[in-house]
Design a protein around this ligand. Sequence first.
Ligand code: 13P
Length: 251
Amino acid sequence: MMRRKLVVGNWKMHGSTAGNRVLLEKIVNGVRDYRNADYVVCVPYPYLYQAQSLLQGSNVMWGAQNLCATKDGALTGAVSPAMLVDFGCTHVLVGHSERRLQFHETDDTAAARFHAAQEAGLIPILCMGESREERDSDWTEFIVGRQLDSVMRRYGVEVLRRAVLAYEPLWAVGSDNPATPDQAEEVHQFIRNRIARCDPEIARQVRILYGGSLTAANAAAMFAMPNVDGGLVGRASIKAEEFIGICRAAN
Ligand code: 13P
């Protein structure tokens, strides 16, 4: 089965209205003719309206980097799933390692956000990955399996029909040390096999992205792996040429 490739840019806490305009216009023009893959940019909340204004009608979708699991209420500083839908978001990151490490996010809270996103009609992108120490201790499958199970156990394998998975080894995120294509493929295969034990058909169709030091130069080799269905891109997503190069590799 041919899964359509997906490239997701995660701007993290970068941007300004002036800079975003230039970047988004370049991306729209750069990927206009790349019709064989899908593209998303996940921008900081304050720029969702700008992303909507500049991207609607293009073949680039937009989303957020987090969301609150609660519908509404007295939750100072939080952003609800419906608000993201209101601004035209299609996707939202859930459980990114930076949320887990710096904002005390757990498997439980990530699973709750995943579910809330789907209930609102958004496609959650569940981020998983092990630390350097965990890999060195041979715990990669244990950690990634636990992160995947946190959603599958609670909500069932069916929810993976309308979701994206992302393998982002922590040691490759924000470093200059991407996983090798073989290292990524091995974990992606593990993830797909684990899903296949519950439902082979869902396992075949779910897209599993790789993230961690992806660049225009290394993306093609990564995307050539049979179980790597695209990329989740940090630093290279805020440089137009780099991001467009990664999208070209996916296309
Ligand atoms: P880098 O591409 O900057 O390593 O970041 C990856 C990432 O965390 C995307 O979510």
